[in-house]
Design a protein around this ligand. Structure first.
Ligand SMILES: Cc1cc2nc3c(=O)[nH]c(=O)nc-3n(C[C@H](O)[C@H](O)[C@H](O)COP(=O)(O)OP(=O)(O)OC[C@H]3O[C@@H](n4cnc5c(N)ncnc54)[C@H](O)[C@@H]3O)c2cc1C
Length: 373
């Protein structure tokens, strides 16, 4: 690249903090660094024309775990660890709301529901009977009962007659959240270069050499916030997990409002105004969906359409407007990885399916780890 003096000095030279990835984690990390170091030169590199990870593709659930997910966690984690996990998600959601404002992200606390298929009697019984013990477990976090039983008043078909209601769960407008974050970043004089993929890096102790698809340059500190794409830069503890989604066209007199979890969280749907967004089905093809290449498959999209017709909207006509996928980062546990990779390189990755809840916190903690090293 034949940069002019002005281009080189303004955009490329003397970068204090270079963040890879402009998702919810990378943007929050940049904002936290700016708060602590008002004159630092901060540059974000993003491989996509838009942010291309999960942050602009997700379902916008402001959730912290359904009963069946919490029971699942209790199989591998202690009660204290589960409380800490939920506390983090709840704190993270509150931080997101505080940073961006409920109106700006269209936060609506319409509640969340867990549904059980007629075929899943064992999980249904187990989850229903765990409501009071899980409520007790979560009292230190919420101070009151989170979950309660309610009836299937939504005309769902092939679904057990009772649902579990979570009155603390909410939903946001993902597009508005990301636009708000990008606006803040620009206002704070943090530069973003799009179409820049980091291919590799070398920490030379006094500086990090970064090789991108466009040019190579040196930065003082490199921060990796690439989540589901992290293994491309050698972070093997993160596996990509593609998640597919569809959205209907507007439905007249839509009778559903809220967020809904079905089949142990493998399927999820919500209303967006008078549309239904429906996603999931990774469990139909775990191997095929362990990829960081976006795309949809007929296996999963057909299942989503079939469930929409047979279960969710059995007596309502609908048309599909759009379908897409996004890449999550998952691994052995549901904990994110926030760590130093070398003396000048840091990462905050593996946010699983909870990035709305924990992304602001992970970004903040990643910034503080970098600043304090
Ligand atoms: C379909 C779907 C539904 C979801 N639903 C929900 C939900 O309802 N609630 C919830 O809490 N969470 C949900 N999630 C998860 C949530 O979206 C993520 O956990 C969160 O967005 C992760 O944010 P991030 O910034 O860490 O990563 P990302 O948003 O993935 O950002 C990483 C960025 O890094 C860029 N990048 C990657 N590699 C490079 C490179 N080498 N060079 C330059 N740039 C690079 C990518 O293009 C991307 O923009 C969902 C995810 C998906 C896919």
């Amino acid at each position: 690249m034949n940069f002019s003096f002005w281009e080189y000095e303004s955009w490329i030279n003397n970068i204090d903090y270079c963040i890879v990835g402009s998702g919810i984690t990378g943007l929050n990390c940049a904002l936290e660094i700016r708060k602590k170091q008002p004159s630092a030169k901060i540059l974000i590199l993003e491989k996509g024309i838009l942010p291309e990870g999960a942050s602009t593709k997700n379902a916008g659930f402001a959730c912290f775990g359904s009963i069946s997910e919490i029971l699942d966690d209790l199989k591998t984690l202690s009660e204290e660890e589960v409380i800490t996990l939920i506390q983090k998600r709840w704190d993270g959601l509150n931080l997101l709301r505080k940073n961006l404002g409920d109106r700006q992200i269209d936060f609506q606390q319409n509640g969340g529901y867990e549904l059980f298929t007629e075929a899943d009697s064992a999980l249904y019984e187990q989850s229903m009977s765990a409501i009071s013990s899980v409520n007790k477990l979560l009292t230190p976090v919420f101070g009151e009962s989170v979950f309660s039983e309610t009836s299937n008043n939504f005309r769902f078909s092939n679904i057990k007659p009772r649902l579990i209601y979570n009155r603390f769960e909410g939903q946001i407008d993902t597009g508005r959240m990301m636009q708000m974050l990008l606006k803040k970043v620009h206002t704070e004089n943090i530069r973003i270069l799009n179409g820049m993929e980091v291919i590799s890096f070398t920490d030379g102790n006094s500086a990090v050499e970064v090789i991108t698809n466009q040019f190579k340059f040196s930065v003082k500190k490199l921060i990796i916030a690439t989540n589901g794409f992290a293994s491309r830069l050698g972070l093997e503890e993160v596996k990509p997990a593609r998640a597919q989604v569809l959205i209907t066209k507007p439905i007249e007199n839509l009778h559903l409002q809220g967020t809904f979890h079905l089949d142990r969280g493998y399927f999820y749907f919500r209303n967006i105004d008078n549309r239904i967004l429906f996603g999931g089905g990774r469990n139909l093809d775990f191997t095929g969906e362990e990829t960081d290449i976006t795309g949809t498959t007929s296996l999963i999209q057909n299942k989503l359409r079939a469930l929409l017709k047979s279960c969710i909207l059995p007596d309502t006509a609908f048309e599909i407007d759009r379908q897409w996928s996004g890449i999550m980062g998952v691994g052995a546990t549901r904990q994110p990885v926030i760590k130093a990779i070398s003396s000048n390189v840091f990462c905050g990755v593996r946010l699983g399916g909870m990035g709305i809840a924990i992304g602001s916190l992970v970004g903040r903690d990643l910034a503080n780890l970098t600043l304090n090293s």
